[in-house]
Structure formats: C-alpha cells, structure tokens
Design a protein around this ligand. Sequence first.
Ligand SMILES: Nc1ncnc2c1ncn2[C@@H]1O[C@H](COP(=O)(O)OP(=O)(O)OP(=O)(O)O)[C@@H](O)[C@H]1O
Ligand SMILES: [Mg+2]
Length: 232
Amino acid sequence: MLIRIKDIYKIYNEGKESEVRALDGVSLEIDRGEFVAIVGQSGSGKSTMMNVLGCLDIPTYGEYWLDGTDVTELSDRQLARIRNKEIGFIFQGYNLIQELDALENVTLPLIYQGLSIFEREDRAMEALERVGMAGRAHHRPSEMSGGQQQRVAIARAIATHPPIIMADEPTGALDSKTGQHVLEILRELNREGSTIILITHDNGIAAQANRRVRLSDGKIVTDERGEEGTQA
Ligand SMILES: Nc1ncnc2c1ncn2[C@@H]1O[C@H](COP(=O)(O)OP(=O)(O)OP(=O)(O)O)[C@@H](O)[C@H]1O
Ligand SMILES: [Mg+2]
C-alpha cells in the first residue's frame, strides 16, 4: 500500500456558523502503480484532497500513511523532504517562475537532490525531451503557449524521478487536443511505473484513468475501477 488515509477531516472555522467540511471523513487506499482520478464538482474537496495527499496541507483530523510512514507525525522539514523525494506536483496554473527559462525552471527541484550543476542540467534536459520541449529550453514562460508551459511544468514534476505524480486540473486551461497530449504523457509515465493521482472535474478526462474516486461535499461517493475506454 503506497497511500493510506483513514477518517480524514479538513474543517475550516470549526464550530462556527461558517464551518466548512472540505473533507468530511474520507478513507482511501492507493497502491503503487495506480492511475487514479479524483473527480467531483467545484467545491467538492478535490484540491483539499490533493493538498493533504501531497503533504502540502495538514488535515484537521485523521490518519495518513505514505509508503508506511505516518506523515501526521513528521515535522515541516521532514514533510518538505518527503515532498521533494516522493512527489512531483503539477498545478493548473503551471506555477512556473516567470524570470527563469524552461531549463532553469525544471532544474530548480533538483537543487535539493545533491547533484552537480552538470547533472542537474542533464536531468532537466532529459525531462524536457520527454515532454517534447527540449527545443524551448531557453524560452521563458511568457514566450510559450499554455500547453507548452504545462509540458514544462510536467518536466519539472518528473525531473526528480518521483514515484508519485499529483496533478490538479492539468488540462483545465488547455484546448481538448493539447489536453489530450498532456494526458498521454501522464499515461505513458504510468505505464513506466509512476503512480498518478489526477484531479479533474471533467468526466471525459477521468474516464481515461484506471480508477475514479468521486467526491461530493467532502465525502467519497463512488470508487470505480476499470477503464471506461472513451479515449480518443
Ligand atoms: N481556506 C479556506 N477557508 C474556508 N473554506 C475553504 C478554504 N479552502 C477551501 N475551502 C472550502 O472547502 C471546500 C472544498 O474546496 P476545494 O478547493 O477542495 O474544492 P475543489 O473540489 O478543488 O473545487 P474546484 O473544482 O473549484 O477547484 C469549498 O467549499 C471551499 O469553499
Ligand atoms: Mg480545486
């Protein structure tokens, strides 16, 4: 079992009239090598779930084991280390640094891995090649299209060779063809062994995952396995 959360709650303004249960008693297990989509309407708790699973946010209550480690026991420093080593993040807004070119953006997470500058650039170029962006290595985000920026963001997420990739609406801002290309890259990474957790409100995108966990009002309402086979 790679990921195991049990009775997780994320409650804002607990006890007040404005209380929101972004996650309302969620339990989930994810095995190594799965491709899971977390689906649900706006406000259902998807991003909260990814932030908890990605150790970016601490739940109000509940238990979380990542690869056998009880992460609720860890210090901020230890959490940061786990994030850098185990998880590659892809965000809807790409989150690239505007002042840096593509290569520098992808090199950034490698700084904490104790590699020389030459090794870092090799790894970063390899990741950019992987997503078909080697030719734009010295372009800044403002000089790239949305789809190209998202591919650079994927390169940044995979450069450290993390076993887990978490993507929050990675295709949300892209046209359907570009979005499909991004999805193909994720599927290929999954075939090569990466565990993928994909957040989406789009059922067509979710259908291409091997498992769909549906959230509604912070609760898991369905958990289906098997591909729906609606891919292009
Ligand atoms: N800091 C906060 N304070 C109070 N409520 C919050 C906070 N962050 C999120 N929420 C609430 O928690 C609920 C879940 O939010 P979340 O961002 O996880 O939804 P989502 O499924 O990702 O939605 P979307 O598809 O719009 O991104 C929402 O009702 C939201 O308003
Ligand atoms: Mg969200």
